[in-house]
Design a protein. Structure first.
Length: 396
């Protein structure tokens, strides 16, 4: 039923909602209005495990339950280990907090000069424009903020954020995130992007969104026109497993691409979801087929109640090694840890360097074979070129 490699037909259809008229199904507002948000709704469609039931009962204290009908159709309701199911249906592990876990694992609160605006790096800011998402990932880094289950009471001030950006000419890069920026209305997005484009020193505008994955119906021709108008707008989407790569997502990414939106993907490494080489390889190949460049593979942040979804760091390094040399370089994401406490993204790579001496670097390739490269260029001979060499040959 669910594709595991790029040779299989991609899942598409209305599934449990086959009775709904197509025009409603394709309306993103209908999808939002008919989200599954209560345990009683879930149990109408599937049998929850005791672990899941306990997680759903706790969700209102940590991070709300919400799943769009479209995305719910991708869940294998007969398999508790379904990789899509694990991402959006709560489990009891969310109520257990490990000593190393944090409400704000990447230290955003300490670098917020204006509510909703994070200025950690010298030349860029993170602009949090909403606390709402179409569906809620159970490992969300901002679970303190999104859905307001923890009474964070986040109220973004667009004008204060814009004024801060205007008054800081060192800011050349603005990333819109949240929550999910694509839940803003077309008019609000059009206005916000227009204001950013009017700031002379802002060169680069990005959006981080999982809407194309949770709610591909949102990627309408009108929205594409807004991106085309203010472009280039760069976008990072968030796909973790090949089963999320549907015809609907493919149509959404093509519409964005044809509107001039360069697309990258940020995956989170999750236990039992994408921590096997064949799964990750299938995912990155499908992404390229959808015009999406694999960008980051994140070690799961130390968000409270996430231990049941985290893998050990070595697993991520080994996964990158499993890709290197066995697929195109375009398909290989950068494995990173967003350093706890606000240290920023730190890349982690397999160790391909065996030794660096005074004269050379000794390397191993993806097959483990050893190669050497001189650290300094060899001394160029001062001898004249042979008499038989033509000027063209010398240049070549």
């Amino acid at each position: 039923m669910y594709p595991q490699d790029h040779h299989t037909t991609w899942f598409s259809g209305q599934g449990l909602w086959a009775h709904v008229p197509a025009e409603k199904w394709q309306d993103w507002r209908w999808q939002l209005q008919n989200r599954i948000t209560r345990i009683e709704q879930l149990e109408e469609y599937m049998e929850l495990t005791p672990d899941e039931r306990a997680g759903c009962l706790f969700a209102s204290h940590k991070l709300a339950l919400a799943i769009t009908p479209y995305f719910f159709n991708l869940i294998d309701r007969e398999n508790p280990d379904c990789p899509v199911r694990k991402q959006v249906i709560p489990r009891s592990g969310e109520s257990r907090i490990s000593p190393d876990e944090l409400l704000d694992p990447v230290g955003e609160e300490n670098t917020m000069p204006v509510e909703g605006l994070v200025h950690r790096y010298p030349d860029r800011v993170l602009f949090l424009v909403t606390d709402r998402c179409a569906s809620y990932c159970r490992y969300c880094t901002r679970s303190r903020l999104v859905s307001n289950a923890q009474d964070y009471n986040f109220h973004p001030s667009y004008e204060k954020g814009l004024e801060y950006i205007r008054s800081h000419p060192e800011i050349r890069d603005v990333l819109l995130s949240g929550g999910d920026p694509l839940l803003l209305s077309d008019n609000r997005l059009d206005h916000l992007l227009g204001e950013l484009r009017a700031i002379p020193h802002v060169e680069f505008i990005r959006i981080g969104s999982r809407i194309p994955v949770f709610l591909p119906q949102r990627i309408t021709p009108a929205l594409a026109d807004i991106f085309r108008k203010h472009g280039p707008i760069w976008m990072s989407i968030h796909v973790n497993h090949p089963n999320e790569c549907t015809q609907e997502l493919r149509q959404a990414t093509e519409r964005l691409s044809f509107a001039g939106v360069p697309l990258g993907n940020q995956s989170v490494l999750l236990k039992g979801v994408n921590d096997r080489p064949e799964i990750l390889r299938s995912l990155v190949h499908r992404l390229l087929m959808m015009r999406v460049r694999p960008y980051y593979l994140y070690q799961c942040d130390l968000i409270t109640g996430s231990a049941h979804l985290r893998t050990d760091v070595q697993k991520g390094i080994d996964l990158i090694r499993s890709l290197r040399g066995h697929t195109t370089g375009y398909a290989i994401p950068q494995f990173v840890i967003d350093a706890p406490g606000g240290g920023g993204k730190v890349p982690l790579n397999p160790d391909y360097i065996k030794e660096i001496t005074d004269s050379e670097i000794v390397m191993r390739n993806f097959e483990g074979e050893t190669y050497r490269y001189p650290l300094q260029p060899s001394q160029v001979s001062s001898e004249p070129a042979p008499e038989w060499a033509t000027p063209e040959q010398i240049l070549l």
